[in-house]
Design a protein around this ligand. Structure first.
Ligand code: NDP
Length: 278
């Protein structure tokens, strides 16, 4: 049977490390504050925001919650971000996505001071990642690198295939694997022969947003498989983009859903907040 990569315990370990960092900062008289902005009351967003606030409380980060009504205008939101940018005591600013349709998400992301961009979505953060300079890294792909390293998976020299090219997962994931000296291929919906590409992977990262799309015929024997997807199936149970039961017997290591990549995103957000103080 494969190694089960345990995101629950690795994320708990990272949160403990952040907690220690925060208490060391407190001992130097420095507090860490994250401003979390939610526009509208999308139930999934409310759950994510609630979990972020809980994690902040656990590691000792102050959180400021801004729950704005659905009809908030773009100008109002940009003005709030401007105020938070100017507040010295605010170290990180997070705008929960998706935003209502009348608000331009790119304009909102660009408005956040890059020094407070703890989600790592600002073009300056992405550019820094691209040219190998320090900056905030998008939490989900940063968490996947931690999962791999802390599970003893060597990345350097390996064939890495990322399925999906979104700005928040696929693209930064590919850049991070490259930074770790992997040989990286990015596949997407226009890839001609997906199975032929994914079967080359020693490390296969799947972020397609399609429940159980990746079956064993996409996977090389002995590969490490990381499943980013989160879905609810017909029985209201969580599942990923990978058909776990089908794939697990052929791979050397795999992340489960739930309990794999999911818990890492918030842990890395906490990590980024602590880094924002420096
Ligand atoms: P997006 O929908 O933004 O991107 C999906 C990507 O998959 C696109 O690049 C798309 O290609 C590609 N794709 C879609 N269908 C196929 C196909 N049949 N074959 C090959 N490629 C395909 O999704 P995200 O990146 O935001 O998220 C992906 C999944 O990860 C979702 O299930 C999401 O819920 C989950 N997620 C989980 C997180 C966590 O914390 N665990 C955090 C973020 C996301 P193209 O560009 O050509 O359209």
């Amino acid at each position: 049977m494969p190694q089960i990569i345990d995101g629950k315990s690795i994320s708990a370990q990272i949160k403990e490390e952040v907690k220690e960092k925060i208490s060391a900062l407190k001992a130097q008289g420095k507090t860490v504050t994250l401003a979390v902005i939610q526009v509208g009351a999308d139930p999934a967003s409310s759950v994510y925001v609630g979990n972020k606030k809980k994690a902040c409380a656990y590691v000792g980060i102050e959180s400021l919650a801004y729950e704005l009504p659905e009809e908030t205008t773009q100008e109002e939101l940009l003005s709030l971000i401007g105020n938070l940018n100017r507040k010295e005591e605010v170290n990180g600013i997070l705008v929960q996505l998706p935003l209502p349709k009348h608000i331009d998400e790119d304009a909102v992301i660009r408005a956040i001071d890059a020094g407070k961009d703890v989600d790592g979505f600002h073009p300056q953060s992405v550019g820094a990642l691209c040219i190998g300079q320090p900056g905030f890294v998008s939490c989900t792909p940063a968490g996947i690198i931690e999962l791999l390293k802390r599970s003893g998976v060597e990345i350097a020299g390996k064939e890495c295939v990322v399925v999906g090219r979104s700005n928040i997962v696929g693209k930064p994931m590919a850049l991070l694997l490259l930074r770790e000296n992997g040989t990286v291929t990015v596949a997407h919906s226009k890839t001609a022969d997906l199975k032929e590409v994914t079967k080359r992977a020693d490390i296969l990262i799947v972020a397609v947003g399609k429940p159980k799309m990746i079956t064993r015929d996409y996977v090389k024997e002995g590969a490490v498989v990381i499943d980013v997807g989160i879905h609810r199936n017909e029985n209201n149970k969580l599942c990923g983009d990978v058909d776990y039961d089908d794939v697990a017997p052929v791979c050397s290591a795999i992340t489960p859903v739930p309990g794999g990549v999911g818990p890492m995103t918030i842990a890395m957000l906490m990590y980024n907040c602590a880094e924002a103080v420096k």
